[in-house]
Write a protein that binds this ligand. Structure first.
Ligand code: ADP
Length: 165
């Protein structure tokens, strides 16, 4: 039987992940189930005023995804499609929480398709419990010590506590 009928699919899940939330992890778990390899890619050049340094964001993702053997985390700079090509990825994974995410995501996916037609963007929906969750909200609440339990992994909770008390 020819083995080239079965190809292994690498997907990239890009974002700022400042910091990673349980909503991101919900998507990572779903992605890890259907793709052979999932690379969570932390963008170094997106946010001008991040709370966590890019390397620290990668560390937190690594700690939170330790049990998923086909998931890894890495940094990327510059064009996402260049990073995807060098990693041999054929899929970009993105999450859609609500209609408000759609317009921006559509624009990005279409532009990325124009840059590299061989790479497909796949959208997944998080569990309902995470549909309102964003890194921005997590940071705002943590700053005022009002972050409810269960929205971020323990490693992020610890580091937020170290920053804000
Ligand atoms: P970006 O700055 O690129 O939007 P984020 O780190 O905020 O990066 O998000 C990365 C990806 O994860 C985006 O596709 C975003 O829509 C998705 N995402 C963010 N929060 C959630 C969540 N709670 N549930 C599902 N997907 C999410």
């Amino acid at each position: 039987m020819s083995t080239d009928k079965y190809k292994s699919v690498t997907a990239i899940y890009p974002g700022s992940f400042d910091p990673v939330t349980n909503g991101h992890l919900d998507l990572i778990a779903r992605g890890a189930m259907i793709f052979d390899r999932l690379i969570v890619a932390v963008a170094q050049n997106m946010d001008k005023d991040p709370l966590f340094a890019p390397a620290e964001r990668v560390e937190m993702i690594e700690a939170a995804t330790f049990d998923w053997k086909n998931v890894e985390a890495d940094l990327f700079e510059g064009l996402l499609m260049d990073f995807a090509r060098t990693r041999g990825a054929s899929v970009i994974l993105r999450g859609i929480r609500a209609v408000s995410d759609y317009e921006y995501e559509l624009q990005m996916a279409m532009m990325n398709r124009k840059i590299e037609p061989q790479i497909e963007t796949v959208f997944m929906l998080p569990g309902e419990a995470y549909s309102y969750l964003s890194s921005r909200l997590v940071k705002e609440l943590a700053r005022f010590k009002g972050l409810p339990k269960g929205l971020v992994p323990p490693v992020v909770e610890e580091r937020l506590r170290a920053k804000f008390g």
